[in-house]
Design a protein around this ligand. Structure first.
Ligand code: GLU
Length: 410
């Protein structure tokens, strides 16, 4: 199954439980608009490249389209469609007033200079600017994009449309960004895990956690879970994985990454392969890198009791079914990693009001939203006797369907 087929598989499970008719299923599955644009990039060496960029706007029944922009060689229509759809359901699960979208540019950002990435970002904005805006579609960071990229994005859009900081979220704090946005996705994951453990009468204290990926989501998630008493025993990045049964010192690891650019060779750790990391003996496995890492091939070997989906789409349909059959609790992406878009919402609200919240307020409001969403999902789990993932899709589909119905189809 492709990423889009996988997302549709999870949707289909909710559709079946809710007994939706075929026309409605098609309506809720199908993206509203798909932009495929050529981005022309003059390279530093004088050559010119033609690169493809995408923005898929999936659904806007509940509010403007919203979702990140990723730079990765594996980006294609199918993946962006899948990720756009996931955003529709994610914003519905946490009840922020947005629809879903996603963008992507098919490049390996490591191969480009900072100046080239800036030119590329600005050229992409010029190709899509008529279709985005603070009340239309609001991009944000995703894989391999960050506050700096969002700053260029804001500036280019503002040159074309006047001062509109709410066109994009995840901007630098010095440039109308929100305090707490950098840590938001990892923090939301920590809150989600805290709530799921609390519902089982348990806590994070002493839990052995494996974090695949030490980028924005993984490193903040690891840091904040460790603060709550969890022991982060393994993590990884594109260069390799590291393991320490006694727990990695996360602040020291973050310094090491800052200095060397990688988690590899962190003092006191031993190397671990990506395959071994995913099936390591632990309590919580947090995939926080790319999609489709827990599959028919390895899901049966997962030893964790909880899978905390920091990444979007880390489980294939088969992987998810195996985990569920084995009693592993998946805290699904559309709930677990919704902290990012939630604080994006706070950033947008601050931009529209030209008012700055304190970091304490941002974190407290995020906590309240993640906690409330969990309570709602518990109710749905009981109502239908289903897993947390199915409950999340059921809740999201109900919310989007009722917004669609209330707006009317004329
Ligand atoms: N890219 C993030 C996600 O997948 C954040 C999206 C946003 O803030 O709009 O949820």
């Amino acid at each position: 199954m492709t990423p889009y087929e996988t997302t549709n598989h999870f949707l289909q499970e909710a559709f079946d439980i809710l007994g939706l008719d075929e026309n409605y299923k098609r309506l809720l599955r199908t993206p509203s608009r798909e932009l495929r644009v050529e981005v022309v990039l003059p390279r530093d060496d004088g050559t010119v490249e033609s690169i493809i960029g995408y923005r898929v706007q999936h659904d806007n029944a509940r509010g403007p389209y919203k979702g990140g922009l990723r730079y990765h060689p594996k980006v294609d229509e199918d993946e962006v469609r899948s990720l756009a759809s996931l955003m529709t359901w994610k914003t519905a699960v946490v009840g922020v007033p947005y629809g879903g979208a996603k963008g992507g540019i098919a490049i390996q950002p490591r191969d480009y200079s900072q100046a080239e990435l800036e030119r590329l970002t600005r050229a992409f904005v010029r190709q899509i600017h008529d279709f985005i805006g603070p009340d239309q579609d609001i991009p944000a960071p995703d894989v391999n994009t960050n506050a700096t990229v969002m700053g260029w994005f804001f500036d280019e859009y503002t040159r074309l449309h006047g001062f509109k900081p709410g066109v994009v979220t995840g901007k630098p704090v010095e440039l109308h960004g929100s305090l707490g946005r950098g840590s938001a996705t990892g923090r939301g994951c920590m809150f989600a895990l805290r709530e799921v453990l609390a519902a089982a009468g348990d806590s994070m204290e002493g839990k052995r956690v494996v974090v695949q990926g030490f980028g924005n989501v993984g490193s903040w998630g690891a840091h904040l879970m460790a603060e709550q008493g969890a022991k982060i025993i393994a993590t990884s990045d594109i260069n390799g994985g590291i393991f320490n049964a006694d727990g990695l010192d996360i602040p020291a690891l973050r310094d090491h990454v800052e200095r060397t650019g990688s988690v590899v060779d962190f003092p006191g750790s031993t190397p671990i392969s990506n395959d071994d990391l995913l099936v390591a003996d632990c309590d919580v496995l947090m995939p926080a890198a790319l999609g489709h890492v827990l599959t028919a091939d390895n899901a049966g070997d997962v030893k964790a009791k909880y899978v905390l989906e920091g990444a979007n789409g880390p489980c294939t349909a088969e992987g998810d079914a195996i985990l569920e059959r084995n009693g592993v609790v998946c805290i699904p992406d559309i709930y677990a990693n919704a902290g990012g878009v939630t604080v994006s919402y706070f950033e947008w609200v601050q931009n529209l009001q030209n008012f700055k919240w304190t970091e304490e307020k941002v974190n407290a409001e995020l906590d309240a939203i993640m906690t409330r969403a969990h309570e709602t999902l518990r109710g749905v789990m009981e109502e239908f006797g289903v897993s947390l993932r199915k409950a999340a899709f059921i809740q999201a589909v109900r919310a989007v369907k009722s917004a669609t119905d209330l707006r009317g189809l004329q």
